[in-house]
Design a protein around this ligand. Structure first.
Ligand code: UD1
Ligand code: CA
Length: 416
């Protein structure tokens, strides 16, 4: 998208989070709040972006290294944050989109619509609005008798009646550059909070007779801002529901959505059944007709082929499992490749970490691992081999194909 630059406000500490981590780096699923906002901007095709960072700004920059950043050293409010970014835009010609870094449900379509309407109406400012059930904490949108936006009233300054307004300011606006910059220079500090409110600019514009329009979100969850741990949990729950609904609509059975946690990045095939109390983390892919859980934890970079069965108290991380394999009880496999039609007995563990480094375990097609086996990596179990119950296969003592090993340490059966 041309002639538009986005200023992303991410300098605030997030005092209400009571955290040492900057608020925008708190995660929902595996993604920081700010990541959702940046993805939405990218989805809307906005190339030029300026990130305003402040509290622990280095940490924020580090996570989003590709984006130009400017520092707000004193956290003097959203108006001041925009001022800091405006210093980089003296030569820029076009519209300025301002967005807050703590609204993770904002989506590309809402942003696109906002810009489209802004251009169509030739407004000075177009703001994103939503009608919500709980408006407390948000800036309320005050309209006149003809429903035109007059001003935004912040919670702290709202009267009893104004607090009853259920239309709120989402925290995403499109401004005509000149009108915005004129107002930024004249913005006064809010005495009650000791901050420069960006939202005061709306009234400054309407008083000058400038055009302020709005786009109202159809889905009010788009407006949800995260200010506290409670908000974070609420957003997490809604996001979780959305992820599960999407998977179910694609043909995945989720027996108990309440107790199932699946990361937004997960890819799961048709007719797979996820049993209760299962956790599926980042970058996991699961094929068709698998059975997962109950009480399974599938961790990062794990890939399961079709017809795989993962049962209770099984943890898999950075592990690949081919079709027809069963890992049904009390097992940990880390950095492991498991072939086709393998049976992993209850209580099997791959010891992938030697205290310094992680190593790989490779288990061939058709292998049978007896209960309670320990495989110390790096190690390979050849195709069709058998590892006896309770055996400890020590590192680099690869098991030859179609042979049986038993004991501690494991030795070929029949040899002393
Ligand atoms: C703000 C809006 C409110 C709106 C709500 C939507 C103002 C004055 N109020 O309130 O109208 O309904 O968001 O969620 O803008 N930030 C900085 N520097 C600062 C202060 C804040 O970069 O000095 C950033 C924060 O990191 C955050 C964003 O601006 O990403 C919003 O700040 P926050 O304190 O969360 O504002 P709200 O009280 O939620
Ligand atoms: Ca906020």
């Amino acid at each position: 998208m041309k002639n538009i630059v986005a200023i992303i406000l991410a300098a605030g500490r997030g005092t209400r989070m009571k955290s040492e981590l900057p608020k925008v780096l708190h995660r929902v699923n595996s993604k920081p709040l700010l990541g959702f906002v940046i993805d939405a901007l990218e989805g809307a095709g906005i190339k030029k972006k300026i990130l305003v960072v402040g509290y622990r700004g280095k940490d924020v920059r580090k996570q989003f290294p590709g984006i130009a950043a400017v520092a707000q050293t004193k956290l003097l409010g959203s108006g001041d944050a925009v001022k800091k970014a405006s210093a980089l835009l003296s030569k820029f010609k076009g519209n300025i989109l301002i967005i807050y870094g703590d609204i993770p449900f904002i989506d590309k379509d809402a942003i696109k619509k906002l810009i489209k309407e802004h251009k169509k109406n030739k407004s000075s400012c177009t703001l994103l609005a939503a009608t919500v059930k709980k408006s407390s904490g948000y800036g309320r949108i005050f309209r006149n008798e003809t429903s035109d936006v007059v001003k935004i009233i912040e919670e702290k300054d709202a009267s009893f009646h104004e607090k009853a307004i259920d239309e709120i300011n989402v925290g995403c606006y499109c401004f005509n550059k000149k009108d915005l910059f004129d107002c930024l220079d004249r913005l006064k500090i809010n005495a009650k909070k000791g901050e420069y409110y960006l939202t005061d600019i709306v009234e400054m514009l309407t008083k000058k007779g400038k055009k302020v329009t709005s786009v109202v979100c159809e889905d009010p969850t788009v407006a949800l801002g995260v200010n506290s741990r409670l908000d974070l949990a609420e957003v997490g729950n809604i996001m979780k529901e959305k992820v599960l609904e999407k998977l179910m609509s694609k043909g995945v059975t989720i027996v108990d959505p309440n107790s199932t946690f699946i990361d937004t990045s997960a890819d799961i095939g048709k007719d797979t059944i996820i049993y209760p109390h299962t956790v599926i983390e980042k970058d996991v892919s699961i094929g068709k007709k698998c059975k997962i859980g109950p009480f399974a934890r599938i961790r990062v970079h794990t890939k399961l082929d079709n017809n795989v069965e993962i049962g209770n108290f099984v943890e898999l991380v950075r592990t690949k499992v081919l079709s027809g394999t069963k890992i049904k009880h009390l097992t940990y496999l880390g950095d492991t490749e498991v072939g086709k039609n393998v049976n992993i007995g209850a209580g099997t563990i791959t010891a992938n970490y030697d205290g310094k480094k992680k190593h790989k375990t490779v288990i061939g097609d058709g292998v049978f691992i007896g209960v309670g086996a320990i495989l110390i990596s790096p190690v390979k179990v050849g195709r069709g081999a058998v590892v006896g119950a309770g055996s400890v296969v020590t590192k680099r003592k690869n098991v030859p194909p179609h042979k049986t090993v038993v004991g501690v340490p494991a030795k070929l059966l029949g040899r002393k």
